[in-house]
Design a protein around this ligand. Structure first.
Ligand SMILES: [Zn+2]
Length: 442
């Protein structure tokens, strides 16, 4: 492996990545409508000038995906892909202290929608890759791919899903780095970096109660289906299904110095140390139920004969409807309602013991010897699922290391007001992307 500092120095790298992120933020890519083309053309020009082969491909004219490729000598080796999305969620300028599309550099932060989710990572990936290519570096074996997609915030139909379905040969890869991890947190005197190895599935269902319609002026005339939801809601407020730890969740607890055989004890200690850790990590340990919508009579003067409560249910990878049904029996019992599944998407994962994980761990060990990495199971999901589905052998992790802004500082800013990234963290991530390419591709 070449010495990274001789390829490109850290200060130069920081300048480039800051500039790329500021420009990216200034393209308004709120999805919908996304309108990502100008941002993608900017990235393609930046990577193209550095020596990458760039292609813009999309299902819609205004919303192309970018595939940028840096070929090596031709020697067989892995394809390493840095993935990111350039669309963002909306921002209400009235809630921000700065214009969400300013890209201002102030107080040591770059401000704007996407500064964390995830134009920062895209900027770090692009700046690292472009600077490597510009220096004349080429992979000794394998190749480096930069893929910037559209439409992630609305499900990825036009982005990662479209690309992996329509052009799999163009984005096929062995190792993939995406969003979902890299945040740092402190627990019991140690610092930990998350590496996202798995994502939960979505098994949404409705709880339906039945009764008999009647005139609402006489409460006892019918049989009110809505009132039958009262005990259902009360039980949902009291508890979640029992823990069901996947291998990743066990490894997480072990990494934190906790006993995977005693998840309740581990969660109690996490809560005692920092309640936010409990909020964020407990969903990784099993099936969760969150009631989000309820509906009953269409008319205010009619006693409802049917009521429906929608539950957003998230399920660890490797589990499915049987585990959800067991959870329903545990939390709600068996009587007084019917269950209707409306969505069944299984979770996804990559193996934890891989050369990619080894490189992440050894890079961290060099940069911050007192810290360690731990695997996490994302309660939500990212575009990694499309790549894992299309390429079953692909090892995909979420990892964009941040050492100054911690998980507890970052969490409320993602999709929130005043989203911003510490410029030192942006530089730290860029160095990681530079170093990882050098380590894996030579
Ligand atoms: Zn994102």
């Amino acid at each position: 492996m070449p010495d990274p500092a001789t390829v490109i120095g850290d200060a130069e790298l920081q300048e480039e990545t800051t500039d790329v992120l500021q420009r990216l933020i200034r393209f308004n890519t709120v999805n919908p409508p996304g309108d990502e083309r100008p941002a993608q053309e900017f990235l393609a020009a930046h990577l193209g000038a550095a020596g990458f082969e760039c292609e813009l491909l999309g299902a819609e004219q205004g919303r192309p995906n970018l595939i940028a490729r840096l070929r090596g000598s031709g020697a067989a080796g892995p394809a390493l892909c840095y993935l990111g999305h350039v669309d963002t969620v909306l921002a209400d300028p009235g809630e921000w202290t700065r214009d969400p599309w300013s890209g201002d550099l102030a107080e040591g932060f770059i401000w704007g929608r996407g500064a964390l989710d995830m134009k920062s990572q895209v900027a770090a990936e692009v700046a690292a890759a472009a600077s490597l290519a510009r220096s004349g570096w080429r992979p000794a074996a394998g190749e480096l791919l930069i893929v910037a997609v559209v439409d992630e915030e609305a499900g990825g139909e036009l982005g990662a899903r479209w690309l992996t379905c329509e052009h799999p040969e163009k984005v096929r890869c062995d190792f993939l780095i995406n969003e979902g991890g890299g945040d740092v947190f402190e627990y019991d005197g140690r610092r930990y970096y998350t590496v996202c190895c798995a994502e939960k599935g979505v098994f949404r269902f409705s709880v339906v109660t039945h009764g008999v319609a009647g005139h609402a002026s006489m409460p006892a005339m019918g049989d009110n289906a809505l009132l039958k939801m009262a005990p259902v809601l009360a039980r949902l407020g009291e508890r979640q299904p029992a823990y069901r730890l996947t291998g990743e969740a066990q490894e997480l607890l072990r990494g934190l110095g906790e006993d995977p055989e005693d998840p309740a004890g581990a969660i109690a200690r996490l809560r005692g140390f920092d309640p936010l850790l409990d909020v964020m990590f407990e969903p990784m340990l099993g099936v969760t139920f969150t009631p989000t919508r309820i509906s009953a009579s269409e008319k205010v003067n009619v006693i409802p004969s049917r009521a429906e409560l929608k539950i957003d249910c998230r399920v660890p990878p490797g589990m499915g409807e049987p585990e959800v049904r067991e959870g329903i029996a545990e939390v709600l019992g068996e009587d007084g309602f019917a269950i209707e599944f409306t969505e069944r998407v299984e979770g996804n994962r990559s193996r934890m013991a891989t050369p990619l994980m080894d490189e992440i761990s050894s890079w961290l060990a060099e940069r911050e010897p007192e810290a360690q990495s731990v695997p996490i199971v994302l309660p939500g999901f990212t575009d990694s699922r499309h790549f894992r589905e299309a390429f079953p052998d692909c090892v995909a992790y979420g990892f964009c290391p941040q050492r100054h802004q911690t998980l507890r500082e970052v969490a409320p800013l993602v999709h929130g007001a005043d989203e911003r990234i510490d410029v030192r963290d942006l530089a730290f991530a860029t160095e990681f992307f530079r170093d990882l390419a050098l380590r894996l591709l030579g």
